[in-house]
Each structure stands twice: as C-alpha cells, then as structure tokens.
Write a protein that binds this ligand. Structure first.
Ligand code: MEV
Length: 301
C-alpha cells in the first residue's frame, strides 16, 4: 500500500513568543506544502529516504508505535530534501504528515485532537520547546486563534489574506531564540511579562479585526506587535529595513513573522499597492515568497 500525504507550512500573523507563555496567537496555514510518500512494507523496518537530521520522522514513528503498536514496516520518502524553505514550519509539517500517514496505513482512526497531541509531543521530544501553534496550523489549516499547547485551537477564517511575504535570507534558530527569551524573562519577569500581556491584548483585537476584514486596524496592530518584538530584542536590522521599505511603499502594516533573528517579514497591503511593496521589499534585500494564506490542513493526496 502506497500513499502520499501533504501538510501546509505556516506564518504567524500576531503573537509569536508570547504564545509560549500561555498567551494566544493568530497563525495562518500557507499554501507551500510539505509532501511525503509512504509505503507499507512487510519487513518490520523503517526506511527514511533523504535526511531526517533532527529526528522528527524517527521520533514520530516511535511515538506512534508506542501508542498504537505497528506490525509492519514503512518506507518514507520526503520531497525536496525535506525542507520547506523560508522557516515556514517544516518540522511540524513533517511530523504531522508522518503521523497522519501512519494512521492511514495502520487503519487507525485518529481525530484532529489526537493527532495534535501526538504531533505536539513529538515536536517537544525533539526540540524541547514550542507552543504547538505550527502543529495546529499543519493539522487544521485556515487561520487559527491558538492558545499555548493547544488549550484553544479555533479556526476563525479560511479566506486568503492580502499579505506580501518577504524572506530575509537568514534561517531563524527558533529553539535558541525561545531559550534566550526564557532567560531574559527569568532576569526581568515584570518587563517581559508586561510585553507579553500587551501582545495578548493586540492578538485579541486582531482576531476581531480579521473577522471584520478591518485591514487598517489589523495593520496598526501588526506595527505595534513589531515594536514589541523589537523591544524583546528578536528583530534584526535586515528585517527592519525590509519592514521600513514595505511601509514606505504603502504597506498598511508590517512585522516579522516567527521567532525573529531571520525568516520572513509579512506586510499587509491594499492589492493596488502589492507590486510597489514587493519591489520595495526586494530593494531592501528580501526575496518575495508567493503563497496564499488560510490553506487546507493535512490531507491525503
Ligand atoms: C516561532 O515561529 C514562534 C515562537 O512563538 C515559538 C513557538 O510558539 O513555538 C517564537
């Protein structure tokens, strides 16, 4: 039996970092997908073609087997040397795809929540930190209001968003940045805690703005979120240059998306200004990533 599974990448609209500390965030699944082929084989053996450097596939296999048992072997082939570029969440997408594929091959019914729990556990086993929002985006798709560790996973919209995405050319090291902020928070609990609470407030407002398609409001919230991320020390000169140029070219609001230290900028635009904002982003050294927001969650192809 052979199957193909795919799962979407993600971009955070508002609320990164604070979401690690019991605050909500808004995250959207994007149309760049990770695909993998899986084949059931008789010998109880796991063959992983292409690298699994960090061990997400191996750990997903182990966790699935511990929970449900596995009386067959699997051959897994991932597309594109395994990575969604641009820091769009390949680890979560791979983990979710492998678990979904195993459930299908083993003919086990796993609902979205069970899949989330097992995939989130796998991500924590491998990298030790993370809120799980990327796992939720890969499973549920759409644009989601998410609270730490999946306490709330609520799909709020499934329409595309008028956003320009620019890649800074630098791959962010999320676990290192999360650990750095944890250290900062231990040193200055009040200051960092206050910033996280401000971020929580703007995520809640952002949810309403998004539902009403109130772009001026959402843009302002993105700008404020960016300021707060700068205060947390996770933005970079390059990201700031891209954000500044995008705003000058007419973006309604712009911010980094994800852990910071690199990865992508997102700029909310009026469609009439898209080309100008893209040009300005390129001029600032960014690479435009063409994708749609609110993509479908994990599925069998
Ligand atoms: C990274 O894309 C977003 C963080 O909030 C980490 C996480 O939520 O797992 C920094």
């Amino acid at each position: 039996m052979k199957i193909e599974v795919s799962a979407p990448g993600k971009l955070v609209l508002l609320g990164e970092h604070a979401v690690v500390y019991n605050r909500p965030c808004l995250v959207s699944a994007v149309s760049k997908r990770l695909r993998l082929k899986m084949e059931k084989i008789k010998r109880k053996l796991f063959q992983i073609e292409r690298s699994d450097k960090k061990g997400f596939v191996k750990t997903a296999l182990k966790n699935f087997s511990d929970k449900y048992g596995l009386d067959f072997g699997v051959k897994i082939k991932t597309q594109n040397g395994f990575s969604l570029q641009y820091g769009l969440g390949s680890s979560a997408a791979v983990t979710v795809s492998v678990l979904k594929g195993l459930a299908e091959l083993a003919k086990i019914k796993m609902d979205k929540r069970e899949l989330f729990n097992l995939a989130y556990q796998t991500v924590l086993d491998v990298q030790g930190v993370g809120s799980g929002f990327d796992v939720a985006a890969a499973i549920y798709g759409g644009t989601i209001y998410f609270k730490t560790a999946g306490k709330v996973i609520k799909k709020i919209t499934d329409f595309n968003l008028p956003i320009v995405v620019g890649y800074s050319g630098i791959k962010a090291d999320t676990p290192t940045l999360v650990r750095r902020l944890a250290k900062e928070k231990r040193k200055h609990p009040q200051i960092i805690g206050k910033i996280f609470t401000e971020i929580e407030g703007l995520v809640k407002e952002g949810k309403e703005a998004l539902l009403k398609k109130d772009w001026p409001k959402l843009g302002k919230l993105m700008d404020t979120n960016q300021k707060l991320l700068e205060n947390l020390g996770v933005s970079t000169e390059k990201l700031q240059r891209m954000i500044g140029e995008a705003r000058k070219a007419g973006a309604i609001g712009a911010k980094l998306s994800g852990a910071g230290g690199g990865d992508c900028m997102i700029a909310l635009v009026d469609e009439k200004d898209r080309t100008d904002v893209e040009k300005a982003t390129r001029k600032a050294g960014g690479e435009i990533v063409k994708l749609n927001f609110s993509a479908e969650g994990v599925k069998l192809e």
